[in-house]
Ligand binder design. Structure first.
Ligand code: NAG
Ligand code: NAG
Ligand code: NAG
Ligand code: NAG
Ligand code: NAG
Ligand code: NAG
Length: 367
């Protein structure tokens, strides 16, 4: 009997001890909850700073481990992000002094004289004489001077934009730049267009003068956007470009056709090569991002992603609008993309590589 009683007392004591220690444990957890949060936050900050340093000094590579690269990049993109206005000003001033988009981005009546011989972008010997008729069709002056362009979206054609829901965010920009008459789409890439490039190879229409309708239809999708053509990149670009200008100017006067100034493209090319970019010829995308860095308050870059899988390692098409295959960039880290990542890490521009959030959620992020 006494044994049973003692056993009972012992059990009671055990229960008390255990519950006491549980209380102590709860007390302990409760007490350090906030300091633990602070610790997690500090560790997170440290990791973000480390990733930022890493992407700022990233080097182009022949071969990359896509899995760890995608993981680190997506961690980095989830870190809090702040543009650096000092860095933006430095880039703007450097580009103004080297290349001066305001004065020489496109050929105008102001920067080009009648009978002036224009040197082709890719040749030291070939020139083209601007006669009075062509001169009279050039814009009088740079159409976007006198004001900074505000928040610009430069929209590349990367398959990463498919299903991105970025259309709303892109359409909210003050100025939208697109490429190669790419399709527009309210859900993923947006509809607003202020400047769009045309590749001379896209101007191969039969009898354009007699039957301009197919070209007119194709460009009217972009409303009043200016159409920019590299008419003086190679000699074979010129006649199709001038024909398009002649045909479109009377039919769609609200939609200016303009020509890249080849000397601007050459100085920009020299600028980036002087900063260690090792490419044969800069892509039109990279050129126009540079133009935007000079002319805009803040540059948002969409659809620039040269890999065959996204950040979640899901396969994606090369372009968002067709089924063309990714080229050799698939497992290399291309020079231009590395440079964009650096500019993003420095706060000079914002690179968008993830799906966009809902309109409500991104309202606070509009820069
Ligand atoms: C912004 O950029 C400038 C110039 O590179 C640098 O000195 C400064 O530390 C940067 N600011 C921040 C908050 O990173
Ligand atoms: C750029 O060109 C414009 C127009 O010709 C000129 O007014 C301006 O002074 C130039 N800016 C620089 C930095 O050279
Ligand atoms: C341009 O050249 C043509 C013929 O070569 C000449 O008739 C014309 O006067 C020149 N125009 C100017 C403004 O120099
Ligand atoms: C627009 O985007 C949606 C969703 O990604 C897609 O189903 C549709 O085909 C796209 N349309 C065009 C014209 O690209
Ligand atoms: C396009 O230009 C026309 C003629 O200048 C103008 O009436 C119209 O409002 C413009 N549309 C937009 C969307 O700016
Ligand atoms: C986009 O969404 C459609 C429909 O949900 C899906 O079939 C397609 O695979 C997606 N494409 C990409 C590239 O994510």
């Amino acid at each position: 009997m006494a044994g049973v009683f003692l056993q009972w007392i012992f059990r009671l004591l055990m229960v008390l001890v255990i519950s006491q220690s549980v209380c102590v444990m709860f007390y302990y957890i409760h007490d350090t909850h906030s300091s633990r949060d602070a610790m997690t936050e500090a560790l997170q900050k440290l990791r973000c700073a480390k990733l930022r340093r890493k992407f700022t000094v990233l080097k182009p590579a022949k071969r990359i481990d896509m899995k760890s690269f995608a993981q680190e990049l997506s961690d980095f993109l989830n870190c809090p992000y702040k543009p650096n206005t000092t860095e933006q000003d430095i880039n703007r001033i450097r580009l103004q002094f080297c290349c001066n988009a305001t004065g020489s981005f496109i050929l105008t009546q102001r920067n080009t004289a009648i009978n002036q011989s224009i040197q082709y972008e890719t040749s030291n010997t070939e020139t083209y004489k601007i006669n009075a008729a062509l001169h009279s069709m050039l814009p009088e002056d740079f159409p976007w001077s006198g004001r900074r362009l505000g928040r610009c979206a430069v929209v590349g054609s990367g398959g990463i934009l498919k299903n991105s829901s970025c259309g709303h965010e892109i359409d909210n920009a003050d100025f939208v730049i697109r490429f190669n008459l790419a399709t527009v789409n309210d859900s993923d890439v947006g509809l607003k267009t202020d400047l769009i490039t045309i590749n001379p190879s896209q101007l191969r229409y039969k009898n354009l003068q007699k039957n301009p309708d197919p070209l007119v239809e194709r460009v009217s999708v972009y409303g009043n956007a200016s159409l920019i053509i590299p008419a003086f990149a190679y000699t074979f670009c010129t006649s199709a470009s001038i024909k398009a200008l002649k045909v479109l100017q009377p039919i769609r006067p609200q939609q200016p056709v303009v020509f890249f100034s080849p000397s601007y493209l050459r100085t920009l090319d020299r600028f980036w090569k002087g900063r260690g970019l090792r490419v044969v010829r800069l892509s039109t995308g990279f050129l126009l991002i540079s133009t935007a860095l000079e002319l805009c308050e803040h540059v948002h870059v969409y659809g620039f992603w040269p890999f065959g899988t996204d950040l979640q390692e899901q396969p994606i098409p090369y372009h968002y609008y067709d089924l063309s295959r990714p080229n050799t960039h698939m497992h290399k880290m291309p020079e231009e993309f590395v440079r964009l990542l650096q500019l993003h890490s420095q706060g000079a521009l914002t690179l968008h590589l993830q799906p966009c959030s809902s309109p409500e959620a991104d309202r606070g992020n509009n820069l």
